[in-house]
Design a protein around this ligand. Structure first.
Ligand code: ATP
Length: 142
């Protein structure tokens, strides 16, 4: 008998469908904590943190895919896991030197915002720093 208890995982960004695989488990960081999704998981919609998503594919016993997700939403329903985010990159697609430059720019902007006591600019720069640090972290999983 065919085993249907696997997850189908899609990651969608404005650039299109960047990930489409069958998996045995997905682990993501929601804004309220880590969420592990196995087959038969109850339906859920959760906002995601800027963090990594790990996916164990059915066709790769030991290999885990890592995706740097820039926030977004995760939905689980009927063994279908859909992540929709403004941007998301697989570990192998991350340009590390670009992320490093983004990190340096963000750190510079944080210093400027603190000097000018500009809380909006500070918040934006901190988010940009978080995005860059997340990409750097995920790129190390290759
Ligand atoms: P940068 O300042 O380098 O543009 P950013 O955080 O402002 O970084 P985003 O606005 O989050 O970039 O993303 C814009 C597009 O560029 C998205 O398609 C995203 O996937 C891609 N992208 C951003 N940084 C990287 C990176 N380091 N490696 C690969 N793709 C990236």
């Amino acid at each position: 008998m065919e085993n249907k208890e696997v997850l189908n995982v899609n990651v969608v960004t404005p650039n299109g469908l960047i990930y489409d695989h069958h998996a045995t488990i997905v682990v993501a960081k929601t804004v309220s904590g880590e969420l592990g999704v196995l087959p038969k998981h109850a339906p859920i919609i959760a906002p995601l943190a800027i963090d990594e998503v790990r996916i164990r594919r059915t066709d790769a016993d030991t290999h885990v895919d890592w995706i740097a997700v820039n926030g977004g939403i995760l939905e689980v329903r009927d063994n279908q896991v859909t992540i929709i985010a403004d941007s998301a990159e697989r570990e192998r697609d991350i340009d590390v030197s670009r992320a490093e430059r983004a990190r340096q720019r963000a750190e510079q902007r944080i210093q400027e915002a603190k000097a000018q006591q500009d809380s909006d600019q500070l918040r934006r720069a901190e988010v940009a720093l978080h995005r860059a640090m997340n990409r750097i972290k995920v790129s190390k999983h290759t």
